[in-house]
Design a protein around this ligand. Structure first.
Ligand code: PGA
Length: 216
């Protein structure tokens, strides 16, 4: 059974004050237990999640354990902070920060070595083909034209691509959809047999909207 997985990608939004407010709001409500919810805030807000009752992860990391890599954060540091997930190879990192298939591969291996579940973002099938995907990983399909544009893939479009990815990764790997998901589109997307979850950017910043998505 692939447990539904809803991941919030806050990108470069929400400092510690807004993060604390968000966590307080989630504590005031009953989250569904049959679904997994993960928040990926900026690095600076990760510590606020400690003992907050939510699963959390980072939006990126370096593959090295430690060393002279100014500005970088290591997998061991994320683990020590209590992270259980890490987003790897988001299209914004590929586009603006020179992330390549090779760096994605190194980061995925480093994440697994530290018991962090990598959420590997892909926008095309060949980005999946370059990787050996196992059930300890999550694949996030995000069409470039849908990210931050307000244009969500139709449930049929998402299902077609997820089915193609499924052929490559097998029945046990969770494949989640991302790209302008909101509380209006979540239900129909999640009704698709190969859509196992959602990666939500903009619509995850507002607690009411995000709760609407979690409770699709
Ligand atoms: P969006 O972002 O929901 O704002 O389109 C999704 C993502 O980039 O992960």
């Amino acid at each position: 059974m692939r447990k539904p997985l809803i991941v919030a990608n806050w990108k470069m939004n929400h400092g510690i004050t807004q993060t604390a407010d968000f966590i307080r709001s989630t504590q005031a409500t009953q989250l569904p237990t049959e679904r997994e919810v993960v928040i990926c805030p900026p690095f600076t807000s990760l510590f606020v999640f400690k003992n907050g009752g939510l699963n959390y992860g980072a939006q990126d990391m370096h593959w090295e354990e430690k060393g002279a890599f100014t500005g970088e954060v290591s997998p061991a540091m994320l683990k020590e902070l209590g992270c259980s997930y890490v987003i790897i190879g988001h299209s914004e990192r590929r586009q603006y920060f020179a992330e390549t298939t090779e760096t994605v591969q190194k980061k995925v291996a480093a994440a697994l070595a530290h018991q962090l579940t990598p959420i590997i973002c892909v926008s095309e099938l060949d980005q999946v083909q370059g990787l050996e995907i196992t059930p300890t990983m999550v694949v996030a399909y995000e069409p470039l034209w849908a990210i931050g544009t307000g244009k969500t893939a139709t449930p049929e479009q998402a299902q077609a691509m997820h089915a193609d990815i499924r052929k490559l990764v097998g029945e046990d790997v969770r494949i989640i959809y991302g790209g302008s998901v909101n509380d209006q589109t979540a239900t129909a997307l999640m009704a698709q047999p190969d859509v196992d979850g959602l990666l939500v950017g903009g619509a995850s910043l507002d607690i009411k909207t995000f709760l609407g998505i979690i409770n699709y």
